[in-house]
Design a protein around this ligand. Sequence first.
Ligand code: SF4
Ligand code: FE
Length: 485
Amino acid sequence: MLKTAQQYVDSLRALKIRAYIDGERADGVVDHPLVAPHVNAVAKTYELAHVPEHREIMTATSHLTGETVHRYTHIFQGPDDLVKKIRMLRLLGQETGTCFQRCVGLDALNAVYAITFEIDRSEGSDYHQRFVRYLRDVQKRDLMLAGAMTDPKGHRARSPIEQTDPDQFVRVVERRPDGVVIRGAKLHNTGGINAHEVLVMPGTSLKPDEKDYAIACAVPADAEGVIFIFGRQSNDGRKFEGGCDIGNPRFGVVGGEAMVVFDDVFVPNERIFMAGETAFCGTLVNYFATWHRANYGGCKGGNADLLIGATAKMTRILGTDRNAVVRDKLVEMIHMNETTYASAVGASAMGYRLPCGSCMVDPMMANTVKQNITRNVYEIGRLSHDLAGGFLATMPGQKAFENPEIGQFVRKYHTANPEFDVMERVRIGRYIENVTSVTTMVEAMHGAGSPQAQRLAMMGLSAIDEKIRMLERVIDADDAVRDVC
Ligand code: SF4
Ligand code: FE
C-alpha cells in the first residue's frame, strides 16, 4: 500500500513516542513548530508517489511480491533502480529545498538485506528470511524508517570494549530466549523523531571479542525505553515567529536530527538481523555508506537548484544580472552542481550485483560524489553569498519592515531594482541565509561519513599499482624500440 501524505502524518500521531525538544518533553511531535517542517518534507515523499507524472521514479515493483511499493522501501534490483533513486532525490530536493530524510532508512534496508544474506551463506543462520519477512511488512505499510548507525564513540582512539563507559557503542546487555536487551545511543539520526521505526546497525568494524556490539535490529519508534532528543539548528527560535525570517518555512533548512537513546530496550527475536557476527560489521557499514554517499549528488543537487534560482533572482532584484562576471559565477555554481549529479548518476549506472542479487553503486564514484559535496556545497554557498551581497548578514527582521515608525525607512533603503517589491528581496535573502547556514554546511560535510572516510575508501579502491602497470605497458622501452623498428 502506498500511504498518502495525510496517512503518514496520521500514523505518526498514533505513535506514543518519548521525545524531548529543546530540552522539554514533547506531547506530540507532528505539530511542534521545530519538527513540523521535517514532517512536511517526509510527507512530500509520500505525496509525490501518487502524482502520475512522478510514479515511475517514486515507486517500484517489489521483487518480493510483484506489487507496487514506494521506492523508499525497495531493494535495488539493478542500475536502473539506482539511477531512478538519484532522480527521485533530485526531484525531492527541488520540491522541498531540504533533506527529506527517508534515504537513510532506504539504504539501511538495502544494507541489512545484503548482509543478512551473506551472514546466512557463511554461518548457516536464518537472518535473511527473518529480514525478508520484516521487509514485506515495511513495504506493505509503507513505513518511514530511520537508519541508525553512528554511535557516540567515546574516546575516538579506543575500540568499543576499550572504552571506560561500555555504552559508548550500542550493545546487547542481556540475552533472553525470546530476544535481547540493547543499551546505548545513536547520534545524528536524520528523521529519527518522525519515523515509524529505527533500524539499528553497528557503526564500525568490530573484533571477534566485541560480539555484544555486533547488533542489527528494528525497533518501533515508540518501543519501551526508546528516547528521542531533538537537536538544535541555526535560527530555531525563528520557527516560533512565523513570517519570512524562517527562510524555508514549510520544509526547514535541513533534516531534523535527533539523538536516540536505547535505555535497555527489549528486541524480540523476529526483529534481530545480526547478533554477534562481528566479521560482517565492516561490510555492512561499507554497504550502507557507499549507497548513501552517492545520494548526495541527487538531494544536494535538487537543493542547489533552488539556491541557484534564489541567487539568480537576487541578481535581478539588485540589477546585477546582466553583468558578465555575475553570470559567470552563476555558471560556476551550475557547473559544480551538475558535476556531482553526473557522478551520482554515473555511480548508479555502473552499479554491480551483490551476492544477494541486489545492486551496489560503483564505490569509487560514490565516494567521489560525497567528497566533492563536502567542498561544492560550501563553494556554491560562497558564490551565493558573494552575489547576494552583505545584506544577508545585516538585514533587519520582518518586524522592522512592519513597524509603523521605522518600516518606511527600512523599506526605502533596502529597495534595489524598483521593479521588485522590497519584501521579495528580504524573503529571498532569508532563504539564502537559512539554506546556507552552518547546519546545512555541516550536514554536507559529515553526512554519510566525514571527508576523511571517503578519502580512505578512495585510497583503498585506487588500484595505484595497476595504474603504474598501465603506465609501464604504455611506455615500456623495449616495446617502443620495436614499434620504431
Ligand atoms: Fe536523503 Fe540527502 Fe537527507 Fe541523506 S542528506 S537523508 S541522502 S535527503
Ligand atoms: Fe544526510
